[in-house]
Design a protein around this ligand. Structure first.
Ligand code: NAI
Ligand code: CS2
Length: 490
């Protein structure tokens, strides 16, 4: 456990009076990313601007484990963040967490009650794309989702993110408390709109007046978030313990880079995030699209092709000149032209992304990024492919990415070993794979996943032929050689 007395001298400690903090933001999803991103920003504000904005950390995932939150409680809500550069590490202890509440240990009622405290002005979220229970292809609430079905039957004891938010809004309204702003920090385009959609659509099923209240009184600012924060492993925690001076089970490691662009649309106040490195803007969409397509799009390409090629980490992919060249070409030739972003030097942006991927101190597993592909592909690749089809331009690398994903979810790697697929549609994927012969039939079976590819892409002969072509190259030559051939003849 972390103990301040044992921490090494070079770990920077919160130098502010933690008792002054007010729990005004409730954050849902105490994952690695939140710990290294939004919480660090709030900690900087408390240190440098005497901000009193503190966090209540909240877990609602009944399938997850509550170990992190219980560990955090045992160490006085303190934990460390270590920035990893090739040139060295910098660690700081984060002190902005005032309290925690977890549905698994405290019950969902305690969660709703915490969200209904008068002081809560913002509910922020990092629950991964799948936590929103929406159709990734169109952003609408998935009413057939088992947790949504549960919440429709049990609105006062919900299990889903939209259900929990709705129950809290209802209670606050009944008590005459001011509404809060709901801020998604997950990697989705127009993440605020997606969140608003799922909450309002669920509300409509119960109570039209409540849905109307949400439309008029709550805001759902969108954000673009960026910092590479790999999942911690036991090995990384043990190693880090040596540097920190004591073992911190809640510790995270991240790259030095930090970016946060926030739509300035809050109903009940907000911290002065702009004083700690964030940008407050009117329209986040151009920033989100740029990041999702250039960064996340190339990440997913490297994840599937890199995994198949035997590269464990993104930095290993970067040591292969053909993978590096393919990632940069994907960004600049196939993603950049599709963007609405203005006044940004996209070549410089691409080069900065490659430099970040080359950071060998960050062990970002291709397998981790490959997870939840059905939730990620639409915004990372498929909208760009639609753009190219409409503009009659080239999308070879995007199609190679789709072919790589199909090989990956086929469940067997190039050495014949099983691939551990992590995806909310894992059963559906496995069924389609087992019921189709490898090759054209497999491609058709997977592309017909309407929730991911829509109706248009599987019906487009140019798209399916392109994916088939690259799939066959992967079958014949393997991922390493295919990427080399495709990029050398590009
Ligand atoms: P993580 O796995 O460490 O944490 C995910 C959190 O979401 C956990 O607290 C988990 O309990 C909760 N969760 C998962 N499924 C849920 C569900 N169905 N309902 C409610 N809660 C659920 O992942 P991490 O690294 O914190 O990333 C989370 C998200 O943050 C990503 O999916 C992405 O959208 C965003 N992000 C992550 C970055 C990174 O480098 N790790 C960078 C930029 C954005
Ligand atoms: C990654 C992202 O896991 C993934 O899918 O592409 O988490 C990526 O590391 C972040 O978006 C960087 O900000």
């Amino acid at each position: 456990m972390l103990s301040v007395e044992k921490l090494a001298n070079d770990v920077s400690l919160p130098d502010y009076d933690r008792t002054r903090l007010r729990p005004r933001i409730l954050h849902i999803g105490f994952g690695a990313f939140h710990r290294a991103h939004q919480a660090v920003c709030a900690d900087r504000l408390a240190r440098e601007q005497q901000s009193d904005w503190g966090y209540i950390e909240c877990g609602i995932n009944l399938q997850g484990n509550s170990k992190l939150v219980s560990n955090l409680r045992q160490q006085d809500c303190l934990y460390t963040v270590t920035e990893m550069a090739d040139s060295g590490k910098t660690s700081r202890a984060i002190g902005v967490i005032c309290d925690t509440v977890d549905a698994r240990t405290d019950g969902i009622e305690a969660v709703i009650e915490a969200m209904s405290q008068p002081e809560i002005a913002i509910v922020s979220i990092t629950v991964t794309e799948k936590g929103y229970c929406h159709h990734p292809a169109n952003g609408q609430l998935n009413l057939e989702h088992p947790v949504i079905q549960h919440d429709l039957a049990n609105p006062d004891a919900p299990h889903s993110l939209p259900g929990v938010i709705l129950a809290a809004v209802k209670r606050r309204r009944e008590r005459g408390l001011p509404p809060f702003s709901v801020m998604s920090c997950d990697n989705m385009p127009e993440n605020g709109h997606v969140t608003r959609n799922v909450v309002v659509q669920l509300a409509e099923k119960h109570d039209a007046a409540l849905a109307d209240y949400i439309r008029h009184h709550l805001t759902f600012p969108s954000t673009m978030v960026d910092r590479i924060v790999p999942a911690m492993t036991q090995e990384a925690l043990d190693e880090l313990g040596e540097t920190l001076g004591c073992y911190d089970p809640v510790a995270v490691q991240c790259e030095p880079f930090f970016q946060w662009v926030i739509e300035d649309n809050f109903v009940n106040g907000r911290p002065a995030w702009e004083k700690a490195g964030a940008e407050l803007v009117q329209d986040v969409l151009p920033f989100e699209e740029m990041k999702l397509r250039m960064l996340n799009g190339s990440h997913s390409f490297l994840a599937y092709l890199g995994y198949l090629a035997g590269y464990q980490h993104i930095s290993d992919c970067m040591a292969d000149e053909h993978f590096l060249h393919a990632a940069r070409t994907l960004m600049l030739a196939e993603q950049a032209p599709t963007l609405r972003t203005q006044n940004v030097d996209l070549t410089a942006y691409a080069d900065s992304l490659i430099a970040r991927y080359q950071n060998r101190a960050i062990k970002h597993r291709t397998w981790q990024i490959a997870s939840d592909g059905t939730q990620k592909l639409p915004q990372r690749w498929l909208d760009s492919i639609r753009w190219h089809l409409a503009h009659n331009s080239r999308f070879d690398l995007l199609a190679l990415g789709v072919a790589g994903w199909i090989r990956y979810v086929g469940g067997v790697d190039e050495q014949g070993a099983p691939v551990e697929i992590n995806d909310p549609l894992k059963e559906t994927l496995a069924q389609r794979v087992s019921e189709s012969a490898d090759g054209e039939a497999r491609i058709a079976a997977l592309l017909s996943l309407q929730k991911v590819f829509g109706d248009d892409l599987p019906a487009n002969a140019q798209f399916t032929a392109c994916v088939l072509h690259f799939y066959q190259l992967l079958q014949q030559h393997g991922a390493k050689e295919t990427v080399k051939r495709v990029i050398t003849s590009y």
